[in-house]
Design a protein around this ligand. Structure first.
Ligand code: WT7
Length: 658
């Protein structure tokens, strides 16, 4: 790899590298990269021995015989919850605060590692009592809470893979996931509270179970969050606090193979229904904890705060598993960044003396806007001197948001770490190391040691620096997804496509490398996956939801670049009936369809704009001309050649939203 030789102006020179970091210089970084290049397996074996506690050590490192179904450390035995909890009881962290929980309305509860351990043991015992065993899947549909972490760790303790479903998904979406994963139990709450509003989670679970096909679900465990009224099925429903109290507070962990599935997390693809991304125990946990040290340079005194939800991979790797595996103290927040006002994050950083703050570009952009219009919520009103590192994740961060974050929040003292990764990668792939890499706004900089990231063309050949192409990972790494749950062909075809030779992991993003520095910039998805406020949505999922409505004949969904949320959802709809006659009619139908999508998938999938036309613009061979639709959504003048479009007259009808 080229040495880093940045021109003046490239480097944010006034943000100094962090001192005494785990990787404290470019040469320290380079020597790890070289170690991995020299002997990939020995490199990973060394790290897996140093960073994980094994019940039985592994002797095999990487098994490629059934590639791309790679296996790592596969004759080793361990338990993820043991590594996250028990380990902290013997290394001096027992009385250390594990979690500082702040509720939506500002109530703070803390729990030590010892207390967390006992809670997890009790819930693990209770699950076992209910007949949940190794390999059984448990769906978790919980708000941000200590209980969320307890539930996930309890599943891990007994070897029951969890499948967490984001609390913003609808009953339909929850049902689809419960059926696909074959759940035997669900852990939920009576209600969820966010931004002063409650959402009845338990009744959504009841509704999802009423759709049928979920006979395997024998128990629904309910965390009493608000004490609100819930319907009760005495044969099936149990209060979490009651079963917890009745269970013993220690629990022998289930020692599982390194490859035992720790969890299945659903994410959107460009086609079909959401896919259950399956992660392993050892490889996944290794990378979640190692990147806590490498990227976040976690130290014993840090107060770490990741604002993600446990319903997404970020909440798995960087709330539930990574921080606990390294014995960190972390803040968990129930609410939203704008309640009671848009200074909530800054206020919490000040009160909890947060030193490492990890959030999403969307949140930064919206808080930046709020701070521009209302002085009182500007971060300058708060003492943020506790901060030493800032991180972002989920979508590209534009240089102006990056600079605002660096200057107004980090006072140009804190490196801003733009971390690129995915549900499938388990942890960070390309990210700056705070003690080493000079930072460039808008670039996630360099791959972490051991991660063979590259940019190739459509046939899998490397493209020269300075040219864009698709991002691939050339060698397997321990925290990669193992398969798509119950769909190995979808895994193989989707992530190791034949067109690229069948050996490269295809991320699905476009990227470009700077010719001089080798730095990566991610240019966004190259498939039909949208990124809406950092939430991943498949266009086809939204199209299927729309066409399931009796009014709709055809639908096509595209993303429209948006300054704040990244991409806004724009739906082109052909109704079965005639076109809406008045604009009031069109608006009424659009609202009805929006609410429909909210029920089919969840509020995050509601199209911002719905546009009606009499026909879908298609090529003569019947393909929807998406590229054209994207231009129309952006309001661009149509410069494309329309000679291949069957019915170009319809484009005018689609030119404005209802
Ligand atoms: C997609 C993965 C990684 C956890 C949260 C999202 C986009 C993610 C970045 C970044 C540019 C990014 C990509 C990726 N993405 N981080 N730092 N810069 N794009 O996980 O839901 O699996 O989404 O998010 O498009 O493929 P996910």
């Amino acid at each position: 790899m080229a040495t880093i030789d940045l021109a003046p102006g490239d480097v944010i020179a006034d943000i100094p590298a962090v001192k005494h970091a785990a990787i404290d210089s470019m040469s320290a970084y380079q020597s790890l990269v070289d170690e991995a290049d020299r002997d990939h397996e020995a490199f990973w074996a060394r790290l897996a021995r140093d960073h994980l506690t094994w019940h039985r050590p592994f002797s095999r490192v990487l098994d490629e015989t059934n590639a791309p179904f790679y296996r790592w450390f596969d004759d080793g035995l361990l338990n993820a919850s043991y590594n996250c909890l028990d380990r902290n009881l013997v290394n001096g962290n027992a009385d250390k605060t594990a979690i500082i929980f702040e509720s939506d309305d500002g109530l703070v509860t803390t729990v030590t590692y010892r207390a967390l351990y006992h809670r997890v043991c009790r819930v693990a015992n209770a699950l076992r009592n209910l007949g949940v065993g190794k390999g059984d899947r448990v769906v978790i549909y919980l708000p941000m809470s200590i209980e969320g972490v307890v539930a996930m760790q309890a599943c891990a303790r007994i070897g029951a893979p969890h499948s967490v479903v984001f609390g913003g998904f609808s009953a339909k979406a929850l049902h689809e996931r419960m059926v696909d994963v074959g759940a035997c139990a669900v852990i939920t709450a009576d209600e969820q509270v966010r931004g002063g509003k409650t959402l009845p989670l338990k009744s959504i679970v009841d509704e999802a179970l009423s759709f049928g096909g979920t006979d395997g679900v024998r128990s629904v465990i309910v965390y009493r969050r608000t004490g609100g009224d819930v319907a009760w099925n005495a044969q099936r429903d149990l209060w979490l606090d009651e079963i917890e109290r009745a269970a013993p507070d220690t629990c022998e962990p289930e020692w599982v193979d390194a490859e035992h599935p720790l969890f299945i997390l659903y994410t959107s693809g460009s086609t079909g229904t959401p896919k259950g991304v399956q992660h392993s125990t050892a490889g996944y946990l290794l990378w979640a904890s190692l990147t806590m040290r490498w990227t976040f340079d976690i130290k014993p005194d840090d107060i770490y705060w990741c604002t993600a939800d446990i319903g997404w991979i970020t909440g798995h790797s960087y709330i539930c598993y990574g921080p606990c595996a390294v014995g960190a103290t972390q803040v968990i927040f129930e609410g939203v960044p704008t309640y009671p006002n848009a200074a909530r994050f800054w206020d919490m950083i000040q009160r909890h003396e947060v030193s490492i703050f990890y959030t999403a570009p969307t949140a930064i952009r919206s808080l930046m806007k709020c701070a521009d219009t209302e002085d009182a919520v500007h971060p300058c009103n708060f003492d943020l001197t506790s901060l030493r590192l800032l991180g972002t994740v989920g979508e590209p961060i534009n240089p102006s948001a990056w600079k605002w974050f660096a200057t107004e929040v980090g006072h140009n003292r804190c490196p801003v770490l733009d971390t690129f990764w995915q549900t499938e990668t388990g942890g960070h792939m390309i990210a700056p190391l705070p003690g080493a890499a000079p930072l460039v706004p808008g670039s996630c900089t360099l791959p972490l040691p051991g991660i063979a990231a590259a940019i190739v063309d459509e046939s899998g050949h490397d493209v020269p620096s300075g040219q864009s192409g698709v991002l691939v990972i050339k060698r397997p790494w321990p925290s990669m997804l193992r398969t798509v749950w119950r769909n190995p062909e979808r895994f193989r075809k989707g992530y190791f496509p034949e067109e690229l030779g069948g050996k490269l992991y295809l991320a699905g993003d476009g990227a470009i490398r700077d010719a001089r520095t080798g730095y990566f910039t991610i240019t966004g998805r190259v498939d039909d996956v949208l990124n809406v406020s950092g939430h991943r949505m498949g266009t086809m999922e939204i199209e299927s939801a729309l066409t399931a409505n009796p009014l709709v004949a055809e639908a096509a969904v595209v993303g429209k670049p948006d300054e704040t949320i990244g991409e806004a959802i724009v739906a082109f709809v052909v109704l079965k009936d005639v076109m809406p006659k008045t604009s009031a009619d069109a608006k009424a139908i659009a609202n009805e369809l929006r609410a429909w999508v909210g029920r089919e998938i969840g509020p995050i999938a509601k199209p911002r704009e719905i546009r009606f036309g009499e026909h879908m613009p298609k090529t003569r061979s019947g393909k929807v001309v998406r590229r054209l639709l994207r231009s129309i959504a952006k309001g661009e003048a149509i410069l494309q050649d329309l000679s291949t479009v069957e019915n170009p007259g319809v484009l005018k009808q689609f030119s404005h939203p209802a």
